[in-house]
Design a protein around this ligand. Structure first.
Ligand code: AQP
Length: 325
């Protein structure tokens, strides 16, 4: 039996180059080697308020971007989290096993809680729902960006705690980070992770951004007081642009950019990004030509994975002594 891969993206805004280089690109590369399940995690998105009309559009847009970025729906199952009740059901069962102190220590909870006037319980429970997503499929490999490493560690700790309380139930999932691009920083502030929820104009390169917009954002990206690239001591802004360029085009090396003036270097970065996104944007337009196509592939994905989720939920309930027929 092939090992199983699971990962997800929130349909909470414009997908950006960080989501692509940190997650989607790696998913497309490894999908053929494993039994792969890729999820639009809409239950995670609603841990902060989402406009209902926008959210239902974004769910389909995100699914179309998965396919446009190279996820093959014949090879991999593309599913929507809220369409499979096992995610929420297992999340409750695991909530009863998760120590509150572990949740309060999560850095994402702490930084999100700082930004909200009212802190929803969903933000605190976010890692439990993520653990449920992964453990529901007994996934052994989880390809994510670096920001999710702590949540993966939490998932393993929770699985171990469950296994030691109720007997061997869950497979231990391993984190799989991409070699380049595991942490892309904001163009306007290279100290902050590029993020969908940060909406300032110069922060992120959207996967559907026009070439002109990409050129403009990269030209305005924050750098430092030097004027030419020194590969031995790149400031954080230049290092981030270099990572983006190298992840988009492997022929861009430190030797190639050494001594380049910042203006020329930024042009090279923009060219690499535009060339990488052009076929994705073209495929996206083709796919979204027929809106029913996305609903059909989401339905097919769901049907394919449902037996796995039923098995796991029954196994967990049985282990806990709950009522299972
Ligand atoms: N900047 C990034 N660099 C590399 N990988 C990244 N990922 C996210 N940002 C980067 C990876 O993309 C996958 C989906 O993550 P997400 O849906 O949580 O994306 P986001 O942009 O982080 O979204 P939000 O709504 O802004 O979430 P918060 O505010 O929680 O950060 C994951 O594999 C992630 O690692």
């Amino acid at each position: 039996m092939r090992a199983r891969v699971f990962s997800g993206i929130q349909p909470s805004g414009q997908l950006h180059i960080g989501n692509y280089l940190g997650a989607l690109k790696n998913w497309a590369e490894i999908q053929g080697r494993y039994e792969s399940i890729f999820c639009i995690v809409d239950l995670h998105a609603i841990t902060v308020y989402q406009s209902p009309a926008e959210l239902s559009k974004k769910i389909r847009e995100t699914a179309a971007l998965f396919v446009a970025a190279g996820i093959d729906p014949e090879q991999s199952s593309i599913v929507v989290q809220s369409s499979i009740s096992g995610h929420a059901e297992l999340a409750w069962l695991l909530t009863c096993v998760a120590p509150l102190g572990w949740l309060q220590r999560m850095t994402q909870f702490k930084s999100k809680a700082e930004k909200q006037e009212t802190i929803g319980d969903g933000i605190l429970q976010y890692p439990v729902l993520m653990a449920a997503d992964i453990l529901l499929y007994q996934a052994s490999i989880v390809p994510v960006g670096e920001d999710q490493s702590q949540h993966l560690e939490f998932t393993r700790d929770l699985a171990q705690r469950f296994n030691s309380l109720y007997g061997e139930t869950f497979v231990m999932p391993a984190t799989n980070l991409p070699a380049v691009g595991a942490r892309i920083m904001g163009l306007d502030d290279p100290a902050q992770k590029m993020s969908k929820s940060e909406t300032s104009a110069g922060h992120a390169i959207g996967l559907l951004d026009e070439p002109k917009a990409i050129q403009k954002k990269i030209a305005r990206a924050t750098t430092d007081s030097q004027s030419a690239v020194d590969p031995g001591s790149m400031g954080p802004g230049i290092a981030n642009l270099f990572t983006i360029a190298q992840a988009c085009d492997g022929s861009i090396t430190k030797d190639r950019v050494a001594g380049m003036r910042y203006g020329d270097f930024k042009k090279l970065v923009a060219e690499a990004v535009i060339a990488r996104l052009e076929p994705i944007q073209r495929r996206y337009r083709e796919i979204t030509d027929d809106p029913s196509h996305i609903d059909q592939l989401l339905e097919a994905g769901k049907e394919r994975v449902l037996p796995i989720t039923h098995d796991t939920v029954a196994k967990v309930k049985r282990a806990m002594g709950l009522f299972v027929r």
